[in-house]
Design a protein around this ligand. Sequence first.
Ligand SMILES: *Cc1c(COP(=O)(O)O)cnc(C)c1O
Length: 379
Amino acid sequence: MKTQMVDLRRQYNRLKEDIDQAIAEVLDTTAFINGPAVTLLANELAAYNNVNHVVTCANGTDALQLAMMALELEPGDEVIVPAFTYVATAEVIALLGLVPVFVDVHPDTFMISVEAIHHAITSKTKAIVPVHLFGQCADMEAIMSIAERHNIFVIEDTAQAIGATYTFPDGTVKKAGTMGQIGTTSFFPSKNLGCFGDGGAMFVNDDNLAKKLKMIANHGQSVKYYHDIVGVNSRLDTLQAAVLRAKLPHLDDFSIRRNKSAAYYDSVLGKLSSLSIPKRAEQSNHVFHQYTIKCLGFRREELQAHLQEKGIPTMVYYPVPLHLQKAYIHYGYREGSLPVSEKLSSQVLSLPIHTEQDEEQLFFITSNIKEFLELKGLA
Ligand SMILES: *Cc1c(COP(=O)(O)O)cnc(C)c1O
């Protein structure tokens, strides 16, 4: 049986008619740059997310960079970021000459630790970047209240959690990426809303900030050839926007399908004491960009090898926390600085999860996991 981490082919086949037609329309008009689909997508996504503006750009990493530029963060400013995340989150901080201040995460939900944020705040702190890792929202109620108290910005990295919702204690429900000053996302093909190449976007409620993001993404101009500020070139292709427009109406269904797979995994793997299934964060739902287990008391590489032999891929997101990466260690960290992130990096294992999984595949994967644990005497 063939299993994959993500089955883009089967999803495309299922939605082929709509996607092919959307692509054909772009080819017909040849409006490859800033064609009508780009604005239409931005509007539809703004409506979906219940946010005032969506500004599209070339990828999720650019979205983070544009956000930090638009908020006028300056060299030497400190930005608090979790150590257990994808590198892009910290990369743009370093690239802009800002100082990444890495903090630890919660051992069960993998979300940035609110207590750690408290300890990390200094007079130089200008922003916090919570990452809605693996598909659920960080503790935004607490994060927004710290940020407001200290007058610092919140940029939500929503690359893995588009469509997730967070419920505040007063009952207000908001979409991931719409709670801080700016939310950023990625349309990388394997993300929950993926295009057929690179793409990204920013979610923003403030009108002026939206204007500024647009300007910076477009060479610092709002009138062609008049450059008011230093910008970059970061655009979403019309073709990618067209693909995304065809897929956006299915995003909630994608989340439901991912949750079905997660529920299946939970029901089987939740009974095994040497594995820990993903804990749901309070106040957030989960869109399961990843289904990530922790391997307790055995080497996960052995399980990975066993599954690989059966043709079942698994991935380690992420094997080295950012504060210990060669490129970032000079900010003053060492082994032991952030023990939770370090431990998680040795325990986590992400299993195949996508919108096209059937019970047969899930049975095959979970049976082989059980078989490994039985062979090892760990079941
Ligand atoms: C994918 C991802 C990004 C970067 O997105 P790209 O479109 O690949 O640049 C940023 N942050 C997180 C958490 C991601 O998973």
